[in-house]
Design a protein around this ligand. Structure first.
Ligand code: PAF
Length: 281
């Protein structure tokens, strides 16, 4: 499997790959788990060649400690990708290769999609995500790019980004993959102690009940109910639970007919920040 570190080398491999057929891109920050595997397997089944990028993008972290602690498991990641196919192109550059000496984000007008939830709690996060995803899409020029719905807000922002920047690519969202306990797969789960990892199953359990309640109760009542559950839980601290429509991500005041809603949650398990979301109707 070609492991590529430079843009020059990547361009060469891509020109060969493009002669064979279509190209699928799976951008990741490494520490690969079954959620990533599902994206790569899908990309591989829908394209002639799959490119996986492994790059922990500094500009999307507002907390230097979170960046420092982000797991780096490159050798294990490559072994895992090799099990899927030994023809995957893996691009794992250093930051200077991507940003040169200007480690900066661009600014975007995402039409408010970036102002709520993750955008409200993580300064400049989506400008950083937009910047790196635009760079990767422009570099690789894939036919399709794959992103997990665990980061549903990110997925909607990336769809907006490609429309804004006229990037000819199909953005494909893939369902959340969960551990047996229901906890959404995340590279951050590795940082949880085994007892906290079990405890964190509470997040999805609460989302499932919230979905049930949303069938008959208002968004306000469901939101307050979720907050109450976390008040009673001493190991997990709720940062937010927000219900929005799935298109504009506007926090819902009153439920409207013919509108799809999703509940979004961010929780601290000690110093590990976990996010999840669920379709409510
Ligand atoms: O979802 C992620 O892992 C990252 O935000 C992404 C899309 C790879 C950009 O760095």
């Amino acid at each position: 499997m070609p492991l590529i570190k430079t843009k020059k080398e990547l361009r060469l491999q891509l020109s060969l790959a493009k002669q064979k057929g279509s190209l699928g891109l799976v951008p990741t920050m490494g520490a690969l788990h079954k959620g990533h595997v599902s994206l790569v397997v899908k990309a591989n089944s829908e394209n002639t060649t799959t490119v996986v990028t492994i790059f922990v993008n500094p500009t999307q972290f507002d907390n230097p400690e979170d960046l420092d602690k982000y797991p780096n498991t490159l050798q294990a990641d490559i072994a895992l990708l090799n099990e899927i196919s030994n023809e995957i192109i893996v691009f794992a550059p250093i930051a200077a290769e991507i940003y040169g000496d200007e480690m900066k984000s661009k600014t975007y007008d995402f039409g408010g999609l970036d102002k709520v939830m993750e955008g409200a709690f993580r300064d400049n996060h989506f400008e950083g995500v937009g910047t790196i995803v635009e760079k990767l899409l422009t570099l690789v020029r894939p036919d399709r790019a794959y992103f997990g719905e665990k980061d549903f807000q990110q997925l909607q922002i990336i769809k907006k980004l490609v429309a804004l920047s006229n990037i000819p690519v199909e953005i494909i969202g893939c369902p959340i993959v969960r551990e047996a306990s229901g906890l959404a797969m995340s590279s951050r789960n590795q940082r949880l102690s085994s007892s906290l990892r079990k405890e964190a199953a509470f997040i999805y359990e609460t989302l499932l009940t919230a979905k049930f309640l949303f069938g008959t109760k208002s968004a306000k009542i469901v939101t307050e109910w979720v907050a109450d559950q976390f008040e009673k839980n001493t190991n997990l601290e709720l940062e937010y639970f927000t219900i929005t429509d799935i298109e504009k991500l506007r926090p819902v005041q009153r439920k409207r007919p013919n509108t799809k809603y999703r509940g979004f949650i961010a929780v601290y398990a000690k110093d590990v920040r976990l996010i999840d979301n669920i379709a409510l109707n």
